[in-house]
Design a protein around this ligand. Sequence first.
Ligand code: ZN
Length: 319
Amino acid sequence: MNMSEYVIGIDIGGTKLATVVADKNAKILNKIRRPTESNKGPEFAIQTLFEMIYETIEDVNIKKQDISGIGVSCGGPLDTKTGIVYSPPNLPGWDAYPLKNRLENEFNIQSVIENDANASALAEYRFGGGKGYDIVLYMTMSTGIGGGIVINGEIYHGTNDSAGEVGHQILLPNGPLCGCGKRGCLEALCSGPSIARRAKETVENYPESLILTLVNGDIDSIKSEHVFEAAKQEDEVALKLVDVTAYYMGWGIANLVNILNPDIVLLGTIAIAAGDLLLDPIRKTVSDLAMIRPAEVVRIMPAKLGESLGDMAAISLVI
Ligand SMILES: [Zn+2]
């Protein structure tokens, strides 16, 4: 009997670290979370992770020699072959940090390092909304717009692990400034902060909007969720803002549908919370703008894994 029955998953984010241990059926047996304290840099985080990993397996009486692999979901950019992390915006000080080497030297267990959007796409393909489909495009929709492409069970990495940057396709060359330094990217039009920015500009002229009531008149505290909440209550200004967001999002997805001809496009976070209020107008735009043949087969659905996404993303790399 093969004693290596378990895998470890590590999720490294800008605000939290998570470690899980799972069996070969992807059942999570134990899980620990701690703050990243990203201002303390990568050495602090790696020592914290080492402690967390030992604790995660010892709590459930699993021995190191029974672990067959460590999967790591981490903010990119990073090199999946060498396991070196290159200065992710949310992890200051992780400049050419040899994450894979550090883990393998400590535990002597093979490790797979993957950027979080790609790992999430693989998790959705294997355990979530993409199950049963061959070509799956996953798009995050939260503080940024990231993406991962899974083709017949494999993440599409591109030449140097830079594929899948769906949020930085440029839709409006003179549009709002994006975090990447360019203008008019999809992310600068449809991320949570971008939706909030458009709402703040709009309610200046429509003070009667329910959006303002929801924040007790404090324009600065408007977030994208207030827009969707007001739209659910049929506030006209909010409905218009949802339409504009869905139009840009649908435009961006139509471009990707023409290029990739996917079975399914899965949208995370904001799209999960907003549901058909946002998805229906996105579907309509995609069907209007994409080529007929790829448009008639593609499904556009909310991602399924929700809260467990980070854990499943990490373990899906090694199961
Ligand atoms: Zn950009």
